[in-house]
Design a protein around this ligand. Structure first.
Ligand SMILES: O=c1nc[nH]c2c1ncn2[C@H]1C[C@H](O)[C@@H](COP(=O)(O)OP(=O)(O)OP(=O)(O)O)O1
Ligand SMILES: [Mg+2]
Length: 199
């Protein structure tokens, strides 16, 4: 059997990479990584993810995956969404809670959009994973982004930051999106290889 196609995960975030490696452990995919903080468009999540992946394929000059993570507050109609990185950096965990002080509805969902592309100029495919939950005062100390303030509905009352890594990955936005990507690649390896080799 041919070796699996070599794909580069382009991200500036070491914690994302750790989770991706853990989630893909045991699957016959060959993922390298490249640390690059790509520019991100403003607008609809799908457009942001596609454009980032297009730039990643150019930068790596080959097959890439990249991903965008959103944290969407239902009371705020999905905001901060793709801009959560900057809200978290400026306001912290406490500020994220205070943003919802005026609303009874503290529910939110975490969304991950994985994007896959066989090379520069090739089509970009998206895989969408979501986990529903609510925004709570920070608990747990895994030091990954907004994990301490997100309590998934299906965690039995734990925040992401209080969960064991494997338990988070089993229900997380990232786990769900990446599982879809992996299954698509395993089922469509020939198509993807043909795209990789076509000039
Ligand atoms: O599972 C997660 N649990 C908690 N926090 C998380 C998670 N996943 C991403 N995050 C944070 C990182 C960043 O503050 C924002 C997403 O922004 P996002 O642009 O997708 O990530 P990034 O710029 O850190 O890495 P990249 O180079 O792949 O774009 O949410
Ligand atoms: Mg980013």
């Amino acid at each position: 059997m041919a070796a699996p196609p070599r794909i580069t995960f382009v991200t500036g975030n070491a914690k994302k990479l750790e989770e991706v490696v853990a989630i893909l452990r045991g699957s016959p995919l060959s993922i390298a990584s490249r640390k690059l903080d790509l520019p991100e468009l403003q607008g609809e999540p799908e457009d942001i993810a596609r454009e980032k992946c297009r730039l990643a394929a150019q930068a790596a000059n080959g097959a890439v995956i990249c991903e965008d993570t959103l944290l969407c507050f239902n009371a705020l109609r999905g905001l901060p969404g793709p801009y959560i990185k900057w809200f978290l950096a400026k306001l912290g965990h406490d500020g994220l809670n205070k943003m919802l002080a005026a609303y009874d509805d503290k529910t939110a969902y975490a969304q991950c959009l994985f994007a896959l592309c066989a090379g520069p100029g090739k089509p970009v495919r998206l895989f969408d994973g979501r986990t529903h939950g609510s925004i709570v005062p920070p608990r747990g100390d895994n030091q990954f982004g907004w994990d301490p303030v997100f309590e998934p509905t299906e965690s039995g009352g734990l925040t992401y930051a209080e969960m064991a890594v494997c338990d988070k990955n089993a229900i997380s936005h990232r786990g769900r999106a990446l599982t879809q990507l992996r299954d698509w690649l395993l089922a469509n390896e020939d198509t993807f290889r043909a795209e990789m080799s076509r000039q």
